[in-house]
Design a protein around this ligand. Sequence first.
Ligand code: PDD
Length: 288
Amino acid sequence: MSTSETVYLNGEFMPLENARVPVLDRGFIFGDGVYEVIPVYSRRPFRLPEHCRRLQRSLDAVRIANPMTDAEWARLVGELVARNADEDQYIYLQVTRGVAKRDHAFPRDAKPTVFVMSSPLATPARELVENGVPCVTAVDFRWLKCDVKSVSLLGNCLLRQAAADAGAAETVLFRDGWLTEASASNVFVVKGGRLLAPPKNHLMLPGITYDVVLELAAAKNIPAEVREIAEREVRDADELWLTSSTREVLAITTLDGRPVGGGRPGAVFKTVYQAYQEFKRKVMRQAA
Ligand code: PDD
């Protein structure tokens, strides 16, 4: 098998280094497009229908016609997974409005550009799961459509770089004193044995992992509340977690240099992390 990753671009499979997009693609010029990141375990995409549903929501929000049906997306993702070497992969797919002369208003007849790639999925190392990760905080200065999974990620990149600069894993965001999410993950809070999650609205991405975590909490009889969470409650939390398709569930053990709770991943985290791993194995067995 070739060591180069195989990608898909506008109807063709090719080695990553051969994939080319014209410079007038609106994804390049305006960040005019949307994307999805889908984890694949043992060659089986995890929660693909939910990712397809969110992709449709994002496309609708930015008025790009979906170039494929869900069945076509599933076939394409399956084929790309088969063409790549790793058992665990993550699929990155993006749809832009296409190539057109530069004009902010939408072109009349551009054809959406479809790009899909696979990368090896490295879920967090044992050491990170066992020790948790440091995070910093920042004011959430992004736009008011954070529920759209847009490729315009400059705000997220700047915020994530603040974490990188501080040697931290993520930047937890507050807007007007309320928790929204982190630069590329959702955030959960535990206080007094109760799980708290901010409500899905225009200020955060409706995470697929976020839904899985709330389902698992319910299955494990962990009391959970979806409501607005004040910055003070985050700073006072017993536990804080990050969730995302590539990081799964990860404990935050310091926030702005101060320990979260006891400074170690907490008991509720351990229960949900374990449940997540079991759930993954169960779903993968069923799909086999
Ligand atoms: N990011 N919030 C933001 C801003 C994100 O970018 C992500 C995911 C999430 C978590 O969503 P999900 O559980 O569906 O992965 C929340 C992906 C992994 C990325 O951009 O690479």
